[in-house]
Design a protein around this ligand. Structure first.
Ligand SMILES: Cc1cc2nc3c(=O)[nH]c(=O)nc-3n(C[C@H](O)[C@H](O)[C@H](O)COP(=O)(O)OP(=O)(O)OC[C@H]3O[C@@H](n4cnc5c(N)ncnc54)[C@H](O)[C@@H]3O)c2cc1C
Length: 499
């Protein structure tokens, strides 16, 4: 095949934004994706009359047109905003602890504070102080990590220096005495895949900040609509995509990228590769450990894989209100203790008081499903390793046993839901492993524990000349972070070409 300026491996969020940013600069780019549809996690699938959203519960960082956030600026820059319709959600989340508490936290700072103060009057002042700190910390974090103040200091950024490397549990303990309140405020750990005892507090703070300031959104047509729009934009600029054709090897000579060999056996000469595949697969399988500096391999070995997920995708023959669902996003928490127990539960095959998130897209967007119907996804976090030990002959039995346990939990909150299910599909960590190609189906790259959090991440750079990374394995995970990572990787390549 004729040479390309750059080859992008993987059409997940990071691969797609990287591809568009490269062709916008007039580069000749080939995008290889092993799956037949673009998007990676940002995708959908069809069962019966339902098109199920796979991953996106809430899009962060978008903001309204009159107060745009970083995600909107990014999508504007890539020229796809006008091709998409966004649906704003009014609430951060509903949190339900059966026999404990049931509250809805609005996506507005002052109302959220009031709701919490009503439920926890003894913590009134602490709640106010906590949100003030969350805001100051987030602003200080942005000043240093995003706007790159060249001279940060403890005096300028006291909250950042005080809380940056502390766990969510430690900071919540400092502010509150009520265990239930701590649990209510830490449920976003379910979006980060790591228990509050090990999660860097700054991640929790940033989530509150971006979702309150820029509101949570969903996309009409699901995240697949965004993936399709990005791919269309790429093609319209002359980019070439091969779906159903993965990369098999990256040819490295003298420490530099020379070519990519596709699964079909074609050799594509190029000096630049942006990999949206995991760093594990890229270094060990596509390149080969012999070409990777020892230091990089040691550093990678020191990291732990994140959790994967177990998800139920349900198409219901009823309106959400008929089963008592009035929030777009509900966290169902059977065990409200903020402890290390979630880590143990995530490593177990079966369900035992696991935190679950129930998303119903039809609440904010009544046209999401066919008239009179709605769809919901129910997701909990599970590591892939126990699933790899399930004998193939036991796989389906195990999968439906876990699905049944999850349905029992959700029916404790929404009685009768099961009776309305018209279509249902279950995805295990092995499903994510199969569709994403990530080790053990990890959906958040490497675990983002406090000592591995943002300031220690390897970033999009690699020690192999011409190789860059885009996506959740070289930085933070989630839609906002991975969309941004792709553009940043493309900018690095463009700078190199221009140099
Ligand atoms: C169930 C679930 C729920 C989630 N909920 C949310 C949410 O509400 N909000 C949020 O912000 N985030 C959420 N996330 C996380 C978010 O979806 C991911 O962090 C993000 O989409 C990952 O993007 P990525 O760029 O890293 O690529 P990925 O989505 O990981 O895609 C990688 C792509 O690379 C391709 N690939 C791999 N190997 C090769 C190869 N050799 N050749 C060619 N192609 C290859 C894969 O097929 C895939 O398409 C969720 C994820 C899941 C699974």
């Amino acid at each position: 095949m004729s040479p390309y300026d750059a080859v992008v491996i993987g059409a997940g969020n990071g691969g797609l934004t990287a591809s568009v940013a490269l062709v916008q600069k007039g580069l000749k780019v080939l995008l290889l994706e092993r799956h037949h549809v673009p998007g990676g996690c940002a995708t959908s699938f069809v069962r019966g009359r339902f098109e199920f959203e796979v991953a996106l519960h809430q899009l962060s960082g978008l903001g309204r047109p009159e107060k745009p956030g970083p995600t909107r600026f990014l999508l504007d820059g890539l020229g796809v905003t006008s091709d998409l319709e966004f649906v704003e959600m009014t609430d951060l989340y509903r949190v339900v602890v059966p026999d404990g508490i049931d509250l809805v936290l609005p996506a507005d700072r002052h109302t959220a504070v009031s709701v919490l103060q009503e439920h926890f009057p003894a913590e009134r002042d602490n709640i106010e102080r906590f949100f003030e700190m969350v805001y100051r910390l987030s602003e200080q974090f942005l000043a240093v990590a995003v706007f790159r103040d060249p001279q940060p200091s403890r005096e300028k950024y006291p909250f950042l220096y005080q809380y940056c490397f502390r766990s969510a549990r430690e900071v919540l303990d400092e502010y509150f005495g009520d265990e239930l309140l701590k649990a209510v405020l830490s449920v976003y750990w379910g979006y980060l895949g790591i228990s509050p005892t090990r999660m860097a507090f700054v991640y929790l703070a940033i989530l509150f900040y971006v979702f309150i300031e820029f509101k949570p959104f969903h996309i009409k047509g699901g995240s697949q609509a965004m993936s399709n729009a990005l791919l269309d934009k790429f093609r319209s600029h002359g980019g070439r995509v091969r779906l159903g054709c993965g990369a098999q090897r990256i040819v490295v000579e003298d420490g530099a990228v020379k070519a990519v060999i596709t699964e079909k056996g074609d050799r594509v000469d190029t000096r630049f590769v942006i990999s949206n595949a995991s760093t594990v697969l890229t270094y060990l399988q596509l390149i080969g450990a012999e070409h990777v500096p020892q230091k990089t391999l040691v550093e990678m070995r020191g990291r732990r894989l994140s959790a994967s997920g177990f998800g139920l995708y349900m198409g219901l023959d009823c309106e959400p209100s008929q089963v008592g669902v009035s929030a777009s996003t509900s966290f169902i928490m059977s065990d409200p203790e903020v402890s290390d127990r979630p880590t143990r539960q995530m490593h177990a095959l079966d369900i035992d008081d696991d935190l679950m998130v129930l998303s119903c897209y039809d609440v904010a967007d009544p046209d999401f499903s066919p008239p009179g119907a709605c769809q919901m996804s129910l997701v909990t976090l599970k590591f892939g390793e126990p699933w790899l030990r399930v004998p193939p002959t036991e796989y389906f039995r195990t999968k439906y046993r876990v699905a049944d346990a999850m349905l029992r939990t959700v029916e404790g909150v929404h009685p009768g839901l099961r009776g309305y299910i018209e279509e249902m599909e279950a995805a295990t960590p092995l499903t994510h492993m199969r569709y994403l190609g990530h080790p053990q189906g990890a959906i958040y790259g490497f675990e983002q524990q406090t000592k591995d959090s943002l300031f220690f991440q390897p970033g999009r750079w690699s020690p192999i000349r011409g190789l860059y990374f885009a996506g959740g394995w070289s930085g933070d995970c989630g839609f906002q972070a991975t969309l941004e990572a792709g553009r940043a990787a493309a900018q690095s390549v463009i700078r190199k070409i221009d140099a």
